[in-house]
Design a protein around this ligand. Structure first.
Ligand code: SAH
Length: 335
């Protein structure tokens, strides 16, 4: 697929001698959908097509119950949209398919930013479940395509460590808070977006989980809680990508270090820190260095209990390092 605008001029659909026609695209969609069906996912919201990793470069399709959200992030993907819609309708039979073509990357391709229904109908809110938690999702306006699906398995993994006082930083719609909240004595969730916090409160009420959801800047709030002498047993740090470009790495590094340092100080000995970075430009090794240096400054010993990445429905294509972007470490602060 050729783009006359992007820095990525060519995206390969195949290296074999074959015609890249609708039948090939359909086979790719079928393989992608079949793979997810075989994963035994505990939830009704997950990624169906993960671009390069499904040999459908720059195509994203996420399933939210009976609705599919599609993103075409290159000129070629944009042109393939009708073929993708036909294939998804045949194979998944959704109630509706929504194009969430509002990411800014579309501008780099000379494409317009738009959100519109491609087939069927798409309600303002879709209800989905994940590991027994119910969410109302706004697929029209929510961040990404509605939820942070790439963290689903990390939320489930984190639940195994949840106890005592839980603090969920950068909570968005409350994913970690609601998943961990059931095992906690008290749960606090912080996000800077008022809309997101309103959604946490609604989701908490709907699931009967007590969450103290606060609008706030995590950088300020962590410092404030440290001053007040607060302590937690389980802390989650899931910030937005601080390094969206290579030039932002230095500033991002100090941001990651700051929040990890504060969190380690707020953590009781024996407590668990689940810390994430979704910046592709910060490698796993670099992230481990940042967290180590935070632990040195906090004067604590920390062990790595688990190293995790984005969920299995967002697999990494070997040879395309950009497809490995999400790092998630489960750390234990030693007594
Ligand atoms: N943990 C969430 C996803 C987090 S996405 C989940 O599992 O679904 C990152 C979130 O951080 C966004 O909701 C964004 O609004 C919020 N955010 C960005 N900067 C922030 C800041 N300085 N303080 C608090 N929240 C912030």
């Amino acid at each position: 697929m050729y783009s006359d605008r992007s820095q990525i001029a060519i995206r390969m659909l195949t290296r074999d001698e074959e015609v890249a026609d609708a039948a090939l695209i359909r086979r790719r969609v079928e393989a992608a959908v079949g793979f997810r069906a075989a994963l035994g996912i505990d939830g009704s919201a997950y990624r169906l097509i993960h671009g390069e990793a499904d040999l459908l470069p720059s195509v994203v399709a996420d399933r939210y119950g009976d609705v599919i959200v599609l993103q075409a992030l290159s000129q070629g993907a944009d042109r393939l949209t009708p073929v993708l819609v036909d294939a998804l309708n045949d194979l998944v039979k959704p109630r509706g398919i929504l194009a969430r073509n509002d990411p800014r990357t579309r501008l780099l391709e000379g494409l317009t930013q738009e959100v519109n229904v491609l087939s069927g109908d798409v309600p303002p809110l879709v209800t989905v479940t994940e590991a027994g938690v119910e969410y109302d999702v706004d697929v029209w306006h929510g961040q990404k395509t509605g939820l942070f699906l790439d963290q689903r398995e990390n939320r489930e993994a984190a639940r195994r460590y949840a106890r005592g006082r839980v603090l969920d930083c950068f909570s968005y719609n409350g994913g970690f808070a609601l998943t961990l909240g059931r095992a906690a004595e008290e749960t606090i969730a912080i996000d800077i977006s008022e809309e997101a916090v309103a959604r946490i409160r609604a989701n908490a009420a709907r699931n009967g989980v007590a969450v103290d959801a606060r609008v706030g800047n995590v950088f300020d709030d962590l410092r404030g809680m440290e001053r007040l002498g607060e302590r937690f047993d389980t802390i989650v740090l899931d910030p937005p990508a601080f390094a969206k470009t290579k030039s932002a790495v230095e500033k991002a590094t100090s941001g990651y270090k700051e929040i990890n340092l504060r969190a380690l100080k707020l953590l009781n000995p024996g407590g668990t820190l689940i810390t994430c970075s979704c910046s592709y430009h910060i490698s796993e090794a670099a992230f481990a260095d940042i967290v180590y240096s935070a632990s040195v400054d906090a004067r604590v010993h920390v062990t790595v209990v688990e190293k995790r990445m984005q969920g299995r429905d967002h697999p990494v294509l070997l040879g395309v390092p950009e497809t490995y972007y999400l790092k998630c470490f489960v750390l234990r602060k030693l007594a």
